[in-house]
Ligand binder design. Sequence first.
Ligand code: FES
Ligand SMILES: [Fe+2]
Length: 376
Amino acid sequence: MGISRLNETGLSGLEFIPEVPQAGTERSDTGFLWDFWYLAMRSDEISGKRLAKAMLLEVPLVLGRTSEGKAFAMCDACPHRGIPLSYGHFDGKNLQCSYHGWEFEACSGQCVLIPSLTSHDKLKVERIGAVHFPCEERDGYVWVYMNATGSKLPEAIPPAPELPKFSAKYKVTRLECELPSHIDHGIIGLMDPAHGPFVHQSWFWRSKKSIHEKSKQFEPIENGFRMSKHSPSTNSLPYQLLKKMTGEPVTTTIDFVLPNMRFEEIHSGKLWFSSRATVTPVRRDLCRIDFVAAWNLPFPVSIFRIFAKIFLRQDQETMIQQSEGLKHNPRLMLIDDADRPAKWYFALKQNLIESRRTGVPVPHPMSGPVTLHWRS
Ligand code: FES
Ligand SMILES: [Fe+2]
């Protein structure tokens, strides 16, 4: 997946978007990044002995929670004949397949019983395992570490991502929406500064007329980039209110981190707002945005949700329309400076894949801080 460059007169800075894999292409070329934590579902979807299904990176999963409260994730296919284990029965410790009753210890995937065996058989049941994945819970979500090698664990798995919070008491809310798109389109849509005045026009945010030139500094961070700490645009009503409330300046910082996370932090005096959006690759033609926000501002969850839903809905409708056009696999562009973050995303991803293949350390596409200019 190379990024082709055009340097003909008048076209400098323009690149074509690397071709995004379409449904039906080779399994090996899905454009997904393995060996990262991905958000599978909300914690409250696995309660009691209920089994729940999810799909991450085109891998079907069955998730549940042991009677001790530990979440687990297994590939939703019995290693014997492949029937989904989610049709089976879970007793709080072991998962029994519905077809021939093999039982697997849910957290390790290890087979503990094959009912058809007799004393004549020498098969060592414990040598058989169902594919399972590391699984952890944070902020009310179940995270699954999608290691490329199935049940073989890498030496050290980093802790699952967590939303930063800045005081003991805070409000929290979660929202999600599905997009009929490849994760790459979901992500570049999420970090795109130029669609705001067109897609998110509303009386409480901004109008098309409020479009003006902006300059923002960006800096490289590990596996990503940061829009450096700055005072956000004062033509947005919520920021004006916040400034009035504390009498102190409002600052905001936005990070993008591979494989799929955008963090935003807003501070004004002791008041703070922290949010994270993740774009989860379900299939190559489907992704899901999970948005979680926490804050100690005197602002009710119900009102926040009304506005957040409007925003998500506007993005979702746009991306549903975009997917109509993408079905025909058009050639697409990335321009400077508004699409520079998208260029960094593709470069970060490509460099990581390359570094994993060659063992050479990942070069960062940014050599240092850089200021981007655009109108929005
Ligand atoms: S298919 Fe699961 S036990 Fe046979
Ligand atoms: Fe948007």
